[in-house]
Design a binder for this molecule. Structure first.
Ligand code: PHE
Length: 438
């Protein structure tokens, strides 16, 4: 059957912004600081950076490449490249499923952020508010399913709205506006953080390793964080890669995405920890870190409401450019495989995710379960399959062409062996280790 012409990014830079927009999100600004705080600080960062170099970079190249070559959604990509009804397509289905697991809780957290933005604008937060007061505002929000559902619904509606507008007019246009704004706000806040009295202590926490804090669970969490933060292992990067034009390269475009994502996560650490060590000295606060400690600290400073405003705008932009990529995985699947119109393919899963998110709003345990299920299991498993497929099953000539004729070509063989051996082995070892097999 004749397929409709597939939409494409208007330029390579358009892809880089959109893919970086997908990668940079709550994972960098909310999750990375609290995971770092809970898992011993600098040693977690070290393992995280190793994961990015040995797993993240090679696998994002593989995933984007599968999209570019197949020009399909995750399920269609494996069907086209491996043949119909092979077990490989399970990775595609798992990706679509993972989108339904991540988007609901992601949108609830983004809803917290919208709600905090609203509270900042309407004067609920005032300079001088104590930590206990902010804590009670946060607790009141997280124990009110109605409030959470309203903001989560609002956030999902915006996500659906952008995805409805399509690849160039929706995804590309919005990320090209939101991402530079996000970087500006983040650099401003980091510059500010570094002038605070606790900056030195904050930086020490981030930069001087304490190996005794390393556990098998924290290694698993570092790997999960790496996949979550790079939007890897569930077909988001594959879907974005599928909108690349034939002569754009997956390999060196992906490098930029990894660089941006990693620098932004570290910058978020430079914002959060100097502030934490100036005001509260409690780095291991968990998910409340940027919703309680941080606003409470902002409000100790003159003009603190403005800083809080900037911070929650930042978080909101970051979340929005990621949630659209989560929804796009499902939308692309329904458009390609079930010949749906973009409108139905975006609205229908949006409604399902809304209902699942309402479930999260009613139950905090469910929320934590979805987060761990996706980051520590579904994404690494998806990445493992993508890695084996690209390394052993896909014809080498595709990858060789992609790397060919650029300064990047020297990395072809190291990349190939990473994807063939190192990444599958590492992922398996980290899994077994976390299951207590060693
Ligand atoms: N990478 C996003 C973040 O860091 C989350 C995400 C995961 C987006 C998987 C798409 C796919 O917030």
């Amino acid at each position: 059957m004749e397929r409709k012409v597939r939409s494409h990014w208007a330029s390579r830079i358009g892809f880089i912004w959109a893919a970086a927009g997908s990668a940079v999100g709550l994972g960098n600004i909310w999750r990375f600081p609290y995971m770092t705080g809970e898992n011993g600080g600098s040693i977690f960062i070290l393992v995280y950076l190793l994961c990015v170099a040995l797993l993240g970079l090679p696998l994002i190249i593989a995933e984007v490449m599968l999209g570019k070559i197949s020009q399909r959604n995750p399920v269609g990509a494996f069907q086209k490249l491996a043949g119909k009804n092979t077990p490989w397509q399970l990775a595609g289905f798992m990706g679509v499923l993972a989108a339904f697991v991540i988007l609901p809780f992601y949108s609830v957290v983004a809803g917290w952020c919208l709600s905090f933005l609203y509270k900042t604008i309407t004067g609920v937060f005032e300079v001088g508010h104590s930590m206990a007061e902010i804590m009670s505002i946060f607790k009141q929000l997280t124990s009110s399913p109605i409030q959470q559902s309203v903001f989560h619904g609002l956030f999902l509606a915006m996500t659906v709205g952008i995805v409805l507008a399509g690849v160039q007019k929706g995804l590309q246009r919005w990320t090209e506006i939101l991402m530079p704004a996000l970087i500006l706000i983040l650099v401003g806040l980091a510059g500010y953080g570094l002038t605070l009295p606790g900056a030195q202590e904050g930086l020490n926490f981030l930069l001087s390793p304490q190996p005794e804090k390393l556990t098998s669970q924290s290694i698993l969490s570092a790997m999960g964080q790496c996949f979550f933060s790079l939007s890897l292992g569930m077909g988001a990067m594959l879907t974005y890669g599928s909108y690349l034009r034939a002569n754009d390269r997956a390999s060196n475009s992906s490098l930029w995405v990894v660089l941006m994502d990693t620098v932004i996560a570290l910058l978020a650490g430079f914002v959060v920890f100097p502030i934490v060590f100036t005001f509260t000295h409690e780095p291991a606060q968990g998910p409340g870190l940027v919703f309680v400690t941080l606003p409470a600290s902002f409000l100790q400073m003159p003009g603190g409401t403005w800083i809080a405003l900037a911070f929650f705008i930042l978080l909101f932009f970051a979340a929005l450019t990621s949630s659209i990529s989560l929804l796009e995985v499902v939308t692309a699947y329904f458009i390609d495989e079930h010949k749906m119109l973009r409108s139905a393919a975006a609205i229908m899963p949006g409604v399902v995710c809304f209902l699942m998110g309402v479930g999260c709003a009613y139950s905090g345990g469910y929320f934590d379960f979805l987060d761990k299920l996706a980051s520590n299991y579904l994404l690494p498993l998806g990445a493992l399959i993508i890695s084996l497929f690209t390394g052993w099953k896909l014809d080498k000539k595709f990858a060789k062409n992609d790397f060919g004729g650029t300064w990047f070509y020297g990395f072809f063989y190291p990349w190939l062996w990473c994807v063939r051996i190192i990444a599958p082995l590492l992922i398996t070892l980290i899994f077994l280790n976390a299951l207590g097999i060693f």
